[in-house]
Design a protein around this ligand. Structure first.
Ligand code: UN1
Length: 495
């Protein structure tokens, strides 16, 4: 019997009002049902928003250091449950255990960072232009935060949003992706165990159209934080614009790794294998393009194809597995679609390019690690996000062309250059139009205490992670205190 899960609304674990459910299955073994979850609708969502609104006043008045103390306990509980919940995450969405442990650790790091932030949340004190007057700024909570998260980082991404939202004094309605509802439920359990007031965190399972859309449109929701596709991000942005909601969007990527002729090739090879095929290529930060200097192109390609051929596909719980399954059938169809597009555009399919069906792999959604060579910058496989184990290789003649080709996409999340030349490195840092640039590192692996996000169509300018996310989840208030005992007119009496 599969485990039965519920929503958490208004301080209680409850089924969906309509009584409907959906199943969540293991992508490495589609016969295995991980859990049965409530298929919620607008009624459930409205109840969740009402509870979050009700809880807001008490929570916003709880001292921020006390909110931080709860975040410390969240981190401590997460540490205790790391192995158990990392395993659950692998069963739920497929990536290998080392990576689900990493995803989970990012959540722990985010909890401890939030805990410390409870004693910071700095404002400024600024001299007044008038005598006997005091000026200051401070950060205030905003209200009810709607949190909509994807399936590829089932723990890290919800924690990036929910922990700072709560730490700043907002209350939360959380709509996780329906591919990863079990991990989301465990996160809410942890928040409650640590002492978050029950009505301050609400969890509503279900689809984007039935739960996500009414969440975005709800007049009592003050801010939305979303990670997902650019297509959905644009809809959220225009819908939320109607009510002037504050919105943070983390959207698509088409990240590239450049390898210059002066690079250490073994190092660059480790980087691209990790960046392109880690998480089965299903990271917003995944390396989807490899841009090779013409002088090392043939040699590096040979090294690459040799390594890709050795990658072992399998269940992410097995020690022997390098690459887990794709998350579901629809994602595998997207990968198949783009592999067809690449062939029709005239790129050379150098390895992979098909569903893997040998032995136990037939039970899940496995796709062979795939490399296209002879890709040119205007091909769709060089510009559009695929979100799977597919790498497009391009050839360039110098550093300028390498950076131009890298920038030739609507996205701008992560990027990488392998080089031993400091001049190339600093040009890359200055000229690459991405929120993140790695020198001699893969495109994946951002750290929780650094700002995370992208330029161009990857987002709308906000950043998660680090100190910057606290700016999104709080609003600046300024106060002037005049203790002169008389009317003082700024800009007039002093000039
Ligand atoms: C994502 O894929 O949306 O930088 C997040 C990384 C991870 C986070 C990825 N720390 O690859």
């Amino acid at each position: 019997m599969a485990d039965k899960y519920q929503n958490f609304i208004n301080g209680e674990w409850v089924d969906a009002a309509g009584g409907e459910t959906f199943e969540n299955r293991n992508p490495a073994n589609w016969d295995e049902v991980v859990g049965v979850f409530p298929k919620s609708g607008e009624e459930d969502l409205n109840a969740a928003v009402a509870a979050a609104r009700e809880a807001y006043d008490e929570w916003r008045l709880t001292p921020a250091p006390e909110r931080g103390n709860i975040m410390k306990r969240v981190g401590d509980i997460m540490v205790q449950r790391k192995e158990e919940l990392s395993r659950l995450m692998t069963r739920e969405m497929g990536k290998v255990l080392a990576e689900t442990r990493g995803d989970y650790q990012e959540g722990i790091d985010t909890a401890y960072y939030a805990s410390g932030e409870g004693r910071r949340l700095f404002g400024h004190t600024v001299p007044s232009e008038l005598p006997n007057k005091f000026n200051m700024s401070m950060r205030m909570p905003i209200g009810v935060a709607g949190i909509i998260t994807p399936w590829n980082f089932p723990m890290a991404i919800p924690t990036w949003k929910i922990f700072p939202a709560l730490l700043c004094g907002n209350t939360v309605v959380f709509k996780p992706a329906s591919d990863v509802p079990a991990t989301a439920t465990k996160l809410v359990e942890i928040l409650l165990d640590a002492g978050i007031p029950p009505k301050a965190i609400n969890l509503v399972h279900g689809s984007g159209s039935k739960v996500g859309t009414p969440l975005i449109k709800h007049p009592d929701v003050d801010l939305i934080s979303f990670t997902g596709s650019s297509e959905v991000g644009k809809i959220i942005s225009s819908e939320s614009g109607k009510d002037l909601k504050r919105v943070s969007l983390e959207l698509g990527g088409k990240n590239a790794q450049i390898v210059m002729d002066d690079a250490k090739l073994d190092l660059a090879l480790d980087g691209v294998i990790w960046g392109a095929f880690g998480t089965t290529g299903q990271r917003c930060t995944a390396t989807s393009r490899l841009i090779l200097h013409e002088k090392i192109h043939d040699e590096f390609l040979e090294m690459l194809l040799d390594r890709v051929a050795k990658l072992r596909l399998g269940d992410g719980l097995l020690e022997s597995t390098d690459v887990g399954p794709v998350v579901n059938e629809s994602q595998i169809k997207t990968v198949e679609y783009y592999v067809n597009v690449g062939q029709q555009e005239g790129a050379k399919l150098a390895i992979g390019g098909e569903v893997a069906k040998d032995g136990d792999l037939a039970k899940g959604w496995f796709y062979k690690p795939t490399v296209f060579t002879r890709v040119t910058p205007e091909m769709r496989i060089a510009k559009e996000e695929i979100f799977g184990p597919v790498l497009s290789v391009l050839k360039v003649k110098d550093v300028k062309e390498a950076i131009d080709v890298l920038n030739n996409t609507e996205y701008g999340l992560s990027s990488s250059m392998y080089t031993q030349d400091i001049n190339n490195a600093f040009r890359a840092i200055r000229d690459i139009q991405c929120g993140i640039t790695y020198i001699n590192g893969a495109t994946i692996g951002a750290e929780a205490h650094m700002p995370f996000g992208g330029m161009k169509n990857t987002g709308n300018g906000h950043r998660e992670g680090g100190w910057t996310v606290y700016e999104f989840f709080s609003e600046v208030k300024v106060a002037y205190v005049d203790f002169s005992g008389k009317l003082q007119r700024a800009q007039i009496d002093n000039y």
